[in-house]
Design a protein around this ligand. Sequence first.
Ligand code: SF4
Length: 189
Amino acid sequence: MKYHNITKDDMLNGDGLRVVLWVAGCSHYCEGCQNPVTWDPNDGAEFGEEQKQEIFHELDQSYVSGITFSGGDPLYSTNEPVILALAKEIRGKYPDKTIWLYTGFDWDYVRQREIAQYIDVLVDGEYIQALRDTQLHWRGSSNQNVIDVPRSLAAGEMILHGDDIAVGKQYGECPSCDTDKVERASQAR
Ligand code: SF4
């Protein structure tokens, strides 16, 4: 698998401060894609042990909430087995960290894949420029969904991530929001 970047302390691609792996390869070719440079699966650098350890080093930090897989498409055919193995390893090694994944495939496809067992939050669907909405949280167009994967699999229907936020605020705490971790991270600097 080829990748383009590993970004750290990212606050734009999921809850809290995250490490983000930007993989190469996408077969969706969405009009208006912000990262067309990532479409070619043969572009970028080889992802290997050194890069994996770089990610683990980030996840070792208490203020890091988890990892986000993005791209490109982490579920591009040749990426999916590598991402699956990595997600399994992260789940075993860091059970308290969350795993987010952005893909151009939709929920009905992803929910049947083994990788679904290892994702906390899925942002699904192709980017549709006509449905672009800059007010949306974590997604670019309104057809996309930010999905709470464990709850959706258990319920047998799509449950959106963030449903818990309203409940959390009602009771003075927010189970889906890592604001305290962000504050701790800024104090640590
Ligand atoms: S799925 Fe994402 S990376 Fe792929 S073309 Fe669409 S917007 Fe770009």
